[in-house]
Write a protein that binds this ligand. Structure first.
Ligand code: PEP
Ligand code: MN
Length: 284
């Protein structure tokens, strides 16, 4: 891959970017970002935030600006939504990850966001990338739904070249011929990114599959593949979700998933230290 001056490993296989947000170190700890697809109301966001915090999530997600496929779908609450996220952060202490869709909004959205999300539809919105490149907040850059690794890293490069060193990549599924799942979650991209870049990579199994029943196994698989975290949509009352209802995880299911991730984490630590099956022994 050519011309990746800032995002590539450039010969230093051990170089890893670590981004500190609140008390979590992205790229070192396994980070769990959870919350509703969109901020719908104060009650919905606060209730969901309290539950994901209690289950052990590290950050709260929620869209105030929703880039929707149809112009007639709910577009988000805008500033009102950001103020609700601010309230949820104040109560729970969870840093906020929220999407920005317009270069003109970047500077003031930074007053509410701890991490700026760039959605799949805007991965190649170069003026937006240049604007977040000047921001003093980390950027979570989702993979374009039709994008190759090289195209994705070139977009990260735009942000890095602007002076912002804190870029988190997020695999969110790509379009294939398969229609059973909403997208095809490309977990092979996780070790591939690690091979060529020092940037942390997290996985979004919610948009990546679009099916609640598939999200838990793919979350565990993301950890097993070496991801630095997951971003997952959780709703306190999924049947009422305005946006992405079919992939909204109930809070109790999320709490169960967090426990399983904790168990898998211990196994992964053992494997990474070469103490268990990782060293080729099949019996204790
Ligand atoms: C989101 O995370 O809210 C979102 C819209 O995701 P994507 O850009 O991956 O579709
Ligand atoms: Mn969504």
């Amino acid at each position: 891959m050519k011309n990746l001056k800032l995002s590539a490993l450039n010969g230093d296989a051990h170089k890893r970017t670590v981004i500190t947000v609140g008390d979590v170190k992205i790229g070192e700890d396994f980070v769990v970002i959870a919350g509703p697809c969109s901020v719908e109301s104060e009650e919905q966001t606060l209730e969901t935030a309290r539950k994901v915090k209690a289950a052990g999530a590290n950050m709260l997600r929620g869209g105030a600006f929703k880039p929707r496929t149809s112009p007639y779908s709910f577009q988000g609450l805008g500033i009102k939504g950001l103020k609700i996220l601010e309230k949820a952060k104040k109560e729970t202490g969870l840093p906020v990850v929220t999407e920005v869709t317009d270069p003109r909004d970047v500077s003031w959205v930074c007053e509410y966001a701890d991490v700026l999300q760039i959605g799949t539809r805007n991965m190649q919105n170069y003026s937006l990338l240049q604007e977040v490149g000047k921001a003093n907040k980390p950027v979570l850059l989702k993979r374009g739904m039709y994008s190759t690794l090289s195209e994705w890293l070139n977009c990260a490069e735009y942000i890095l070249a602007g002076g912002n060193e804190d870029v988190i990549l997020c695999e969110r599924g790509i379009r294939t011929f398969e229609t059973y799942t909403r997208n095809t979650l490309d977990l092979s991209i996780v070790p591939s990114v690690k091979e060529v870049s020092h940037l942390p990579i997290i996985v979004d199994p919610s948009h990546g599959t679009g099916r609640l029943s598939v999200i838990e196994p793919m979350s565990l698989a993301a950890m097993a593949a070496g991801a630095d975290g997951i971003l997952i949509e959780v709703h306190h009352n999924p049947s009422e979700a305005i946006c992405d209802k079919d992939q909204a995880m109930p809070t109790n299911t999320f709490a169960g998933l967090m426990k399983k991730l904790g168990t898998l984490r211990s196994c992964m630590n053992e494997i990474n230290q070469g103490n268990s099956l990782g060293n080729g022994e099949l019996t204790p």
